[in-house]
Design a binder for this molecule. Sequence first.
Ligand code: WQD
Length: 334
Amino acid sequence: MNILITGGNGYIGSHTYVSLREQFPHAQLVIADNLSNSTVKALDNLKKIVQEEILFHNIDICHEEILEDLFSKHNFDAIIHFAGFKAVGESVDNPLKYYNNNLIGTLNLVKLCLKYDVKKFVFSSSATVYGDRVSPIVESLELLPTSNPYGETKAMCERILMDVAAINPEFSVSILRYFNPVGAHESGMIGEAANGMPNNLMPYITKVAKGELRALNVFGGDYPTIDGTGVRDYIHVMDLAEGHAAALAHLKPGTHIYNLGTGKGTSVLQLVDTFQRVNGVRIPYEIVGRRNGDLASVFADVSKAERELQWQAKRTIECMCRDAWNFEKNYVLI
Ligand code: WQD
């Protein structure tokens, strides 16, 4: 099987490459990535993990002609589509950048899939598409408008895929809605390399642990949760990666949507406590005002993926904290 992994050098993409190699040892894996949010060092480390040369193309999937050249050279059977901008705050400040990049890239891929008879498509989506919902969240919910353009681009891409699958009976689509991916490969060689100020909680914690940032600002201590801080469904990135391999292995015609999470909620302070305990480091923090757009509690109903993909997240919060710290300690800016 020939598989194209767009954004395959990024955080989720590189970990998924490792899982795809394990699940499909004879597959030809091709990465298309424009290195807008990853580095050549990460690619070198990925090669060391999988012990193979990697078919890597430094291309922007928004350039249709260049992307078509890749399709014409490889007889792809499947696409795993990660490539896209994903910073919620940045999408609010620069919506056109997000609509242009995330939509054009997906439209180009889908057009070329139909032209070159590529029948399998796994799409990297996000729990953000649900908007403000009561948890646990199930896939059958009607999507609500999200509080940011990033989330809207994910919902639009999902809609494009659903409509195309509806009139192309053999086109098989799996839409994977991630909750909160954290952690890193056990080797510590690949992980969430946040260049500059991190947006998400775990990379912020690891930079505080490393002494690069003074203290963690806890956004809100007055939510209706176990300790007043925000609750999220953190999932180890390797569990998420294995979810993609399972989705590809179980793909069938039509559109199939799955939550990829653990089904459990963890608060900010619970995560901080676990991180300190597991890693023997202190995380100074200060509870400040709420962040705009944040929800109190978000976690998944994961029964559909368990039932239909025979997949379940199995790594613990302790493991996520240990692996995230292990990567941060090894990570040096290139
Ligand atoms: C988690 C919790 C914050 C930082 C976002 C995107 C989502 C997905 C994952 C792409 C919240 C609190 C955070 C900090 C804090 N990305 N927090 N101090 O907002 O749940 O989801 O990332 O698909 O689309 O929306 O993740 O890690 O930013 O926040 O207190 O410095 O940590 O309030 O409760 P979020 P997050």
